[in-house]
Design a binder for this molecule. Structure first.
Ligand SMILES: Cc1ncc(COP(=O)(O)O)c(C=O)c1O
Length: 385
């Protein structure tokens, strides 16, 4: 099956330290003790089970690499994305730290969909109230999904970054606790709890794979998912950890721009991407502290590359299992496939016929209507086939 080529760009991270161990600077952001606590908590929640790590040999052949594994987060706790692990865990930790009765606590969060769903679910599960802020272009389906967990949902004008600001202002006025997945100046503890929750999925991979993959392609919004995965792989595998490529939409390229300038830098694009979960204009400072040395390269891909990747996994290349991967969920895979048919990218990223690549399918059809429009069939039809 021939793969299409797309206009992509990438930057090799000159500050990367591939041979170095997990150091004090990284430990100050995400330490092993914090990870153990997250693992021991989340894996005891009712309904916990590791998500599938699917082998896609047909697609690996098409991409001219040795092996491809797809960690399918679509079924995570019935919430449709890996985000179920993070926001809910941060709510749990916050309530434990506060020590006040949960019913007297309100948590607030800005979201492009998936994080808010996790916070709302965590709040309902642990008995506190939640107010979730969504920006202008978050779909009605995503709003309804959040509201279904008894959250009060507030729609704000502007972008995701505007909703983050408005949420912070309202929370300060009302004495609510912001549970954000992005960290900024003076706000680190909760986003680090969120990332420790995400690291659970990386640990499942560590436990399942006999040998570390050579490459992992991770989609980035603010960088939390990528940092959590890099961190856990670094802790577990040390210098044998995979070469990490962080992939973003062309129009929401804050991590790519930060890598280029060597310091947190805003996105140059207008954030207008259908990869809603990745439409972020600024990096999470705590995540950046891991990625600035932990990621080998940063890449940008157009939306069309993600749509193509959604269709490919939905039809199952060359006899592969069919997978329902949402717009943001296939970002890393889109980057890998586009790089695999680009000679210069292959050389720069050291992709060869022997490479064993891993991607995290970070969501299923979290926006079922959009999914059907882009793929031509509904997620339910594909799962039933
Ligand atoms: C499905 C999905 N994948 C990936 C990401 C990116 O995560 P982060 O913003 O932590 O980089 C998000 C963020 O919302 C998401 O919803």
């Amino acid at each position: 099956m021939p793969l299409k080529s797309f206009p992509i760009d990438w930057v090799i991270n000159k500050a990367a330290t591939p041979g170095a161990g997990y150091g004090a600077a990284e430990r100050a952001v995400l330490d092993e003790e914090g990870f153990e606590r997250a693992w021991n908590t989340v894996t005891r929640w009712p309904g916990y089970k590791p998500t599938p790590l699917v082998s896609l040999p047909g697609l690996a052949r098409a991409a001219g690499i040795g092996e491809l594994r797809y960690k399918d987060e679509g079924g995570r706790f019935g919430l449709g994305s890996f985000k179920a692990l993070g926001g809910a865990y941060a709510v749990y930790r916050l309530l434990a730290r506060l020590g006040t009765p949960a019913k007297d606590v309100t948590v607030a969060s800005a979201t492009d969909g998936n994080h808010g769903r996790s916070v709302a679910w965590g709040a309902r599960t642990f008995g506190c109230r939640s107010v979730i802020y969504i920006h202008a272009t978050v779909s009605e389906a995503r709003r309804a999904a959040i509201a279904s967990y008894d959250a009060e949902v507030v729609r704000t004008p502007g972008t995701y970054d505007d909703s983050v600001r408005i949420c912070a202002e309202d929370a300060a006025k009302n004495g609510w606790h912001v549970v954000s997945d992005t960290s900024y100046e003076g706000y680190r503890e909760i986003p680090c709890d969120v990332m420790q929750g995400y690291a659970v999925l990386a640990e499942e991979i560590v436990r399942e794979m006999r040998e570390p993959p050579t490459h992992v392609f991770l989609q980035g919004g603010v960088g939390g998912l990528a940092a959590a995965v890099v961190s856990r792989f670094w802790q577990a595998w040390g210098a044998r950890r995979p070469h990490t490529v962080v992939v973003e939409p062309v129009r929401a390229d804050c991590l790519f721009q930060s890598a280029k300038s060597g310091t947190p830098t805003k996105a140059t694009g207008d954030l207008d991407t259908l990869m809603a979960g990745l439409a972020c204009g600024e990096v999470s400072l705590a995540a950046w502290d891991i990625l600035k040395k932990g990621a080998a390269a940063f890449m940008i891909v157009p939306d069309d590359a993600a749509i193509e990747a959604m269709r490919i996994v939905a039809s199952g290349a060359d006899g592969d299992k069919r997978i329902v991967g949402g717009e943001s969920g296939v970002g890393g895979l889109a980057g890998l496939l586009a790089a695999s048919v680009n000679e210069k990218a292959r050389a720069d990223l050291a992709l060869t016929r022997d490479s064993r690549a891993l991607v995290i399918g970070s969501e299923g059809d979290t926006d079922a209507e959009l999914y059907k429009k882009l793929v031509g069939r509904s997620g339910d039809e594909i799962r039933a086939a």
